[in-house]
Structure formats: structure tokens, C-alpha cells
Design a binder for this molecule. Structure first.
Ligand SMILES: Nc1nc2c(ncn2[C@@H]2O[C@H](COP(=O)(O)OP(=O)(O)OP(=O)(O)O)[C@@H](O)[C@H]2O)c(=O)[nH]1
Ligand SMILES: [Mg+2]
Length: 257
């Protein structure tokens, strides 16, 4: 990680403008305050890119963008569905405001937020290598996107030494088999969904939620899925793994996009 942080630092220094790619489902959790402070100190212009907006209801992402726009120009995109990428290209040209030479655009952010995919979205398919497995980009990748835009893709980094399982589970940085506490992570996902979109949980698992706590809901889901141990007790770990997998593959989405 130390050497990856050095690569990021170096890209920040070299770039004319930076894209801070955050996951539109968790804009706050995936903003890197350490990097933002460094950008401000160096007076580097940056754009906050809310990627994966296909996984979030439109109003929610619009609200987040308005809030983030107070910090830096913000755009939302879906690299997967090729949405917003042309707008991002224009925004880069506008914010960088450099004439007569190539514009070096550094792409930085947490692991797995879709930095390489955003580059591909703007540049044209498949130029930067991507993967569902977090930590895919290991070193600096340079991608010429045409119209004077040259991307510097970086490995994803966490601020400080963040090893929070909850964040890692939520962001798909670790899959369910690598989490030490899948039940805890599943309860966090349930909490978030109950807060934001209870109906999706109810319809995905055919449960009826009134005012149960997240553990009770986990048990209800385990029961509905028929995940039982001997003596008819609910197998919470199995239920947790199911919820985490569904969440990470995007099956627990809001319908009203
Ligand atoms: N649904 C959805 N998935 C996306 C989007 N962009 C990227 N992904 C997925 O997110 C995963 C990570 O994408 P990458 O582009 O490799 O992410 P990265 O930030 O470069 O990751 P590292 O290099 O490992 O830090 C892949 O499975 C992509 O298919 C998007 O807009 N929508
Ligand atoms: Mg990458």
C-alpha cells in the first residue's frame, strides 16, 4: 500500500486536473479526505465523479451531487451504462482550461469505485484494464482518450490505514468469503436499506418489516430463505452471506431509477 500511495502522490503532482472517483451509493464513505486536503494544498483543480449511478435512485444521486458541488465541480456517471461520460469529458476541458497541449487527468479514489471504468467510459471501451476484484490496478496506467485528454490511472487507496470491514463489505472491496464478521456487515447493509429503501428488502426476500431491529430482520430473511441449522435454528451466517452477495452484485437496487 505504501508504494501505491507514492504512485497516487506522484500522479497528483504531475496531473493538471484530478478526478476523484467515488461510489454513488456511498459518496461520503468513499471520499478521501486525505487526498482532498492535499489537492487543496497544491491548488489542483479536481472534479468529484459519482460513478455507478445506475445503482442509485436518481433523486438520491442528484441530492448528493448538489451537496458535493459545494466542495468541487461534481458530475454523476455510470461507466457501465455509458451515462454522463460525454458530460464528464466537457467538464474536464472546462475545469482544466488548458490550451494548446495535452491535459493530464489523474484518476484517483478508493479501491473498486470504478476509476479504470470511468476512464474507459470517456476514452472508449477497454483501454484501461478493469476487474470486479478490488485492487486490480497495481501501477500507473496511461490512457490517451483523444481530444487532448490523457488519463493517468492509479491504484485505489484508502485514506490512512482504514480497515473497516463494514466499508469493505459495503463497497465490495472484500467479498463475503473474506469478511471476518459477515453477520455484522449484513446488519449494516440491512440498516442502510431499512433507512433508505425498506421496500427493496421486503420484495427481495418476501418479508414484512415493521419496527424490527437489523438482527431480527436478518433472522426473518434466513427463515424465509429456509437457511436452517439443526434443531430448526436460523443459520444467520448463511443468511448474511446471501445478503452481502446480493448487495455486492447489485440485486438490492431501488426500482425507481
Ligand atoms: N454497476 C456499475 N458497476 C460499475 C460501474 N463502473 C465500474 N463498475 C464495476 O466496478 C468494478 C470495479 O471497476 P474498476 O474500474 O476496475 O474499478 P477501479 O476503481 O479501477 O478498481 P481498482 O483498480 O481495483 O482500485 C468492476 O466490476 C466494474 O464492472 C458502473 O458505473 N456501474
Ligand atoms: Mg483500476
Amino acid at each position: 500500500m505504501a508504494s501505491q500511495k507514492m504512485i497516487v502522490k506522484d500522479v497528483i503532482k504531475k496531473a493538471d486536473i484530478l478526478l476523484e472517483v467515488v461510489d454513488a451509493r456511498f459518496p461520503n464513505e468513499t471520499r478521501n479526505s486525505e487526498i482532498e486536503r492535499e489537492l487543496k494544498r497544491l491548488k489542483k483543480p479536481f472534479i468529484i465523479v459519482l460513478n455507478k449511478c445506475d445503482l442509485v435512485p436518481k433523486q438520491k444521486v442528484e441530492k448528493a451531487r448538489t451537496r458535493l458541488a459545494r466542495i468541487a465541480p461534481s458530475v454523476f456517471v455510470s461507466s457501465k451504462e455509458r451515462f454522463g461520460t460525454t458530460m464528464l469529458r466537457h467538464k474536464i476541458l472546462e475545469v482544466a482550461d488548458i490550451q494548446g497541449r495535452d491535459i493530464k487527468v489523474g484518476c484517483i479514489g478508493y479501491p473498486n469505485t470504478g476509476k479504470s471504468s470511468v476512464i474507459n467510459g470517456v476514452a472508449g471501451r477497454g483501454k484501461a484494464s478493469t476487474s470486479a476484484i478490488s485492487g486490480h490496478t497495481k501501477g500507473l496506467q496511461i490512457v490517451n482518450a483523444g481530444s487532448r485528454i490523457v488519463f493517468l490511472d492509479t491504484p485505489g487507496v484508502f485514506p490512512f490505514d482504514e480497515h473497516d470491514e463494514y466499508i469493505q463489505g459495503l463497497l465490495g472491496v472484500k467479498d463475503s468469503t473474506h469478511l471476518k464478521d459477515p453477520i455484522g456487515v449484513a446488519m449494516k447493509i440491512i440498516e442502510k436499506l431499512v433507512d433508505e429503501n425498506k421496500e427493496i428488502l421486503e420484495s427481495a426476500y418476501k418479508v414484512n418489516i415493521t419496527d424490527e431491529n437489523s438482527y431480527d430482520i436478518l433472522e426473518m430473511i434466513g427463515e424465509k430463505c429456509n437457511f436452517l441449522k439443526k434443531k430448526g435454528l436460523v443459520d444467520e451466517t448463511r443468511a448474511a452471506v446471501r445478503i452481502i452477495n446480493d448487495w455486492q452484485k447489485g440485486a438490492l437496487l431501488a426500482e425507481e431509477l
